[in-house]
Ligand binder design. Structure first.
Ligand code: AMP
Ligand code: ZN
Length: 437
């Protein structure tokens, strides 16, 4: 197989572990050498007394320094680049809530590889050139827009750049153009379904939808199953991040047994976030990624802050690219309430077990009389005015949440459509706690 073929066809990714690892080492050595062109990495490597020749085995990746989001901010905008700006053709930038945004630069080859990676993911779940692919991501700086656009086009599908929002128009495109595959953030799919329902459109009968790519935000298995049942589709988890191009980093195969991370594109490590030592397979830790085929801006051992674990390195689908569990969330999203660590996804998992509840929820943290409290507001699925039933349901949900998070939240069932819906990633937590100095 020609590993460096400019277009690795998506049906040819079933390398053996040995082949994959040999390719990774070759690409890692090349990457480290190339990073000497980056003022940032050159300085870092020199400070550590590290030379590209020191990378002799794949395990030597552990000799390399970590890169953090703060490094990207500190070198804003172009300080990490390994090629001159004249060789770059695009940038994507994500705005941080504090400090500088981060910028990722791309050469034309980077964009081509990115499109190939996304095409490979979509091919893996059975999409072919006769499918019609609609993308409901925001275009522009958000990488879910252009990332899926070019990937779907690369595969040869008719691609509809519907962009985010305008749900009625979105539905019209789905029905008029015979959309068979849709990319959407999971929290938006529910909104889409509700509007279809209101307009008397049955997605199973009145649309040709059969595959959904859902991702960009954490979601539970229960949420995925809901989406599949609502729309009568298969919904595949799609993982990506701007620092690693965007979508196309990892995707579920038809087995739906974890995310295949493309190891010819990335070295995947899971480390203990405190000690930064590797954790054994199966144990949860922080995902650390090293890019293997980036020209403009290779990143070495990038600390993603996403928490997950290795599920396996083989798969009944025949692909041997490592399988990771769905993300628990980011370490920065973890709520610490009265000393207890809680991930929003734990709450979602419980809420989704009740068919009477909708999919939209909001967690608010407050300080009342010097005590920190959590309120979980969740929409009910259908209009209900049976006070006894609602009271009983509230009690049941409160108890189930307490069993999961070990604290008793204040549960409020609210009418359908009353919580805010964002066009991009959902905002699930509002923290209004007093901070004591
Ligand atoms: P951005 O760079 O703004 O696209 O955000 C990337 C982040 O979104 C990742 O680091 C994850 O925290 C989150 N993310 C993306 N895809 C998924 C997914 N499938 N499941 C859970 N979180 C995801
Ligand atoms: Zn598989």
């Amino acid at each position: 197989m020609n590993y460096d073929s400019p277009y690795l066809h998506p049906d040819k990714e079933a390398l053996s572990r040995e082949e994959l690892e040999a390719l990774q080492l070759q690409r890692l050595q090349k990457t480290v050498k190339h990073c000497m062109n980056s003022p940032f990495y050159k300085k870092r490597f020199e400070e550590m007394g590290l030379k590209p020749e020191d990378i002799k085995t794949l395990d030597d990746v552990r000799k390399l320094p970590f890169t953090t989001k703060q490094d990207l901010r500190d070198t804003y905008p172009f300080g990490i680049a390994s090629v001159p700006l004249s060789e770059c053709v695009r940038l994507h930038s994500s705005s941080g809530t504090t400090g500088n945004p981060t910028v990722i630069l791309h050469t034309q080859k980077d964009l081509d590889e990115w499109a190939n990676a996304v095409a490979r993911c979509l091919w893996m779940v059975g999409l072919r050139p006769d499918d019609v692919f609609q993308n409901s991501s925001g275009y522009g700086m958000f990488t879910g827009g252009l990332g899926f656009q070019y990937g779907a086009e690369r595969l040869g599908m008719l691609t509809v750049p519907a962009a985010a929002g305008n749900t009625l128009r979105q539905i019209k495109f789905i029905t008029d153009f015979g959309t068979t595959a849709l990319h959407a953030v999971p929290s938006y799919v529910t909104r889409l379904y509700e509007v279809m329902h209101e307009k008397g459109i049955d997605p199973r009968k009145d649309t040709k939808l059969r595959v959904l790519a859902i991702g960009a935000e954490p979601h539970s298995e229960e949420q995925r199953q809901r989406i599949e049942q609502m729309l009568g589709v298969k919904a595949y988890n799609s993982f990506g991040m701007s620092e690693m191009c965007g979508p196309g980093v990892a995707f579920e195969c038809k087995e739906q047994n974890g995310l295949h991370f493309w190891e010819d594109y990335y070295i995947v490590e899971i480390v203990n976030p405190d000690t930064l030592e590797p954790v054994p397979d199966g144990e949860i830790g922080e995902l650390v990624l090293t890019t293997l085929n980036r020209e403009a801006m290779p990143l070495i051992r990038y600390r993603t802050r996403d928490l997950t674990r290795v599920l396996g390195r083989t798969c009944p689908c025949g692909r041997n690219h490592v399988r990771l569990d769905r993300m628990r969330g980011r370490s920065d999203d973890m709520i610490v309430l009265r000393g207890v660590n809680i991930f929003p996804i734990q709450i979602e998992k419980i809420l989704m077990q009740y068919p009477e509840l909708g999919s939209n929820y909001l967690i608010t943290l407050t300080t009342d009389d010097d005590n920190d409290n959590m309120t979980v507001e969740v929409e009910i699925a259908e209009f209900a005015d049976d006070y006894g039933m609602l009271q009983n349901l509230t009690k049941q949900v409160t108890r189930a949440l307490k069993d999961e998070i070990l604290l008793t939240p204040h549960v409020k069932l609210v009418p359908k459509g009353s919580l805010p819906v964002s066009e991009g990633k959902a905002v699930r937590v509002v923290d209004k706690r007093k901070v004591y100095q």
